[in-house]
Design a protein around this ligand. Structure first.
Ligand SMILES: [Ca+2]
Ligand SMILES: [Ca+2]
Ligand SMILES: [Ca+2]
Length: 202
């Protein structure tokens, strides 16, 4: 019985660890300026946070401009009174020095801090937004950070603060969906004006 209890405890802890390490959802918000839905995830490394983003139907956030950067920071960096650094989708995993967004978008906007991205110790491939409450003794990494970005490796905290992913889901507006449906229907109808041409188009 004693061993059974121990086994159950180990199994439970393993389940808890696997649930929390993947970055579960803390809260979600709609950004009225682009109608995209954003999720704040629990503390996790970049790879696990991006995996969770995919299951939510999106990616770690793509920051298209300064307005979106400011909105994300004000919405999530200190949500519920907890200071945190924020994972974003920018990374150079595939090609060192060539940062790309997880979503594949190419907005061209960047907001790096100081000398970053510096790929410190040849091992930093993931970008995050630095929280203004971040504390460090490193002389080259002092604030103010003013919502700027740093590159770090696949870790779960940096400096004094945890790392949390922000997910962006691009909602498909209903009018576009209806337009696509009607377009497809009109193609079908055009093809069927002559009964001899009626056939599946896909
Ligand atoms: Ca975006
Ligand atoms: Ca790198
Ligand atoms: Ca760095």
């Amino acid at each position: 019985m004693k061993y059974l209890n121990q086994a159950l405890i180990v199994a439970s802890l393993t389940l808890i660890a696997s649930a929390t390490s993947s970055g579960s959802v803390i809260t979600s918000l709609l950004n009225p300026s682009n109608d995209h839905t954003y999720y704040l995830l629990s503390q996790a490394n970049w790879v696990n946070s991006q995996a969770e983003a995919l299951t939510l139907g999106g990616n770690l956030v793509t920051i298209n401009d300064a307005d979106e950067n400011a909105w994300i920071y004000s919405s999530f960096a200190n949500f519920s009174g907890i200071h945190r650094n924020l994972w974003i989708g920018f990374n150079d995993v595939a090609n060192e020095g060539n940062f790309v967004w997880a979503s594949g978008e190419q907005p061209g906007y960047t907001n790096w801090f100081g000398n970053d991205p510096d790929n410190y110790l040849n091992n930093q491939d993931f970008a995050f937004i630095i929280n203004d409450n971040y504390k460090t003794t490193a002389p080259t990494y002092q604030g103010p950070y003013i919502q700027r970005w740093g590159d770090v490796d696949n870790i779960t905290s940096v400096g004094s603060l945890p790392l949390h992913g922000v997910v962006e889901v691009t909602n498909v507006p209903l009018p576009s969906t209806i337009f696509l449906f009607l377009s497809g229907l009109s193609v079908l109808l055009l093809r069927c004006q002559d009964p001899r041409d009626c056939r599946p188009v896909f």
